[in-house]
Design a protein around this ligand. Structure first.
Ligand code: A2P
Length: 324
């Protein structure tokens, strides 16, 4: 059995411990992701972040089954998250969608299941071809989807439930639920620090997990703009890295952990996976944290504009509720 690398944990309401640093699998290509997951488990990762829409859960499932059989890790020592896609937002579609993910991942239950986005897509499509393929929140209310998520816990298919890409307002709206979200996974890094969302999450006892913590340089072309700054090349981050004797990626991950957020850097490269995991041992000074705070520019790489094409019932304001 491989030893877990020491990383901080979040204690959830039932006492379960969620490792604060995990492996992201968005953009991990089929044909590569299985080997990456195996390596990650061998070097001590104990948290895997997945989603149905990433199109790679079957291969991850094969790798998990083999890793359990080979004694690399025990199921109860591994945290696995997945996400409900936007075309399964009807209450009655949620449990079947989770069952399909569990079949792909070859698991009996998830540690955490998240609603992937606060937007709905027609049930017969995976990706909207135009804005007209989207369904409004009046047609597919988020609280209806949420009742389906609660059913996943009641049926023992998910130990915890949460959301992703939700604003502070939407988190507050969900407080009426019997079992409000325990986690909100959002884009978060030094260029997009979202202090207001962090404060609301802290007040509500919601763990924030930061996706694209390194700026997702490998994001698809449709998510690129000409003037996008490259987070991994930020000179301020490089300076702190050289002072702290670590790499820029480690600075950003250590910043996220010290700030009290969870983080899921993606890599399929063994050296970089190790580097990212070892960021849990990097100690940043209060002065370095302050300099990193000063880098905030509210810059989204995953800005959600693909949900707002002509004919869509959604605007970016509806999605992010920035003024709420
Ligand atoms: P690779 O998979 O080849 O390692 P994010 O987690 O923000 O989505 O970023 C993922 C991108 O960052 C991928 O292109 C990944 O490439 C790259 N990456 C992951 N870890 C590191 C690292 N430690 N240093 C530099 N680039 C990294």
């Amino acid at each position: 059995m491989s030893e877990p690398y020491p990383v901080p944990h979040f204690e959830l309401q039932n006492g379960d411990r969620m490792p604060a640093l995990g492996l992201g699998t968005w953009k991990s290509a089929p044909g590569e992701v299985g080997a990456a997951v195996r390596t990650a488990l061998e070097i001590g990762y104990r948290h895997l972040d997945c989603a149905a829409i990433y199109g790679n859960e079957e291969e991850i499932g094969e790798a998990l089954e083999a890793a359990f059989a080979d004694g690399v890790v025990a199921r109860e020592d591994l945290w696995v998250t997945s996400k409900l896609w936007c075309n399964r937002h009807r209450e009655e579609d949620v449990v079947p969608a989770l069952r399909a993910t569990l079949a792909d991942l070859r698991l009996d239950s998830l540690d955490l299941y998240l609603v992937h986005w606060p937007v709905a897509v027609r049930e017969d499509l995976t990706a909207p071809e135009s804005g007209a393929d989207m369904l409004s929140l009046e047609e597919r209310p988020l609280l209806g989807t949420w009742r389906g998520m609660e059913a996943c816990v009641q049926q023992g298919l998910a130990r915890h439930i949460g959301v992703s890409n939700y604003s502070a307002k939407k988190l507050r709206d969900h407080q009426v639920a019997e079992r409000p979200p325990e986690v909100n996974q959002v884009e978060m890094h030094p260029y997009l620090q979202q202090p207001g969302l962090k404060q609301t999450a802290d007040e509500l006892g919601v763990v924030l997990t930061g996706y694209s913590p390194l700026g997702s340089a490998d994001r698809p072309d449709t998510m690129r703009k000409d003037d996008d700054p490259v987070l991994l090349e930020d000179p301020g981050v490089a300076e702190i890295a050289s002072e702290a004797g670590c790499t820029p990626a480690q600075v950003m991950l250590a910043w996220a952990l010290k700030r009290g957020t969870s983080v899921i850097p993606k890599s399929t490269n063994e050296g970089r996976m190790r580097e990212n995991l070892e960021a849990a041992s990097v100690e940043l000074s209060a002065a370095a944290m302050e300099r990193l705070t000063a880098l905030d520019r509210h810059r989204r790489y995953v800005d959600g504009v693909f949900w707002t094409r002509d004919g869509s019932p959604y605007t970016l304001d509806d999605i992010w509720d920035e003024d709420a």
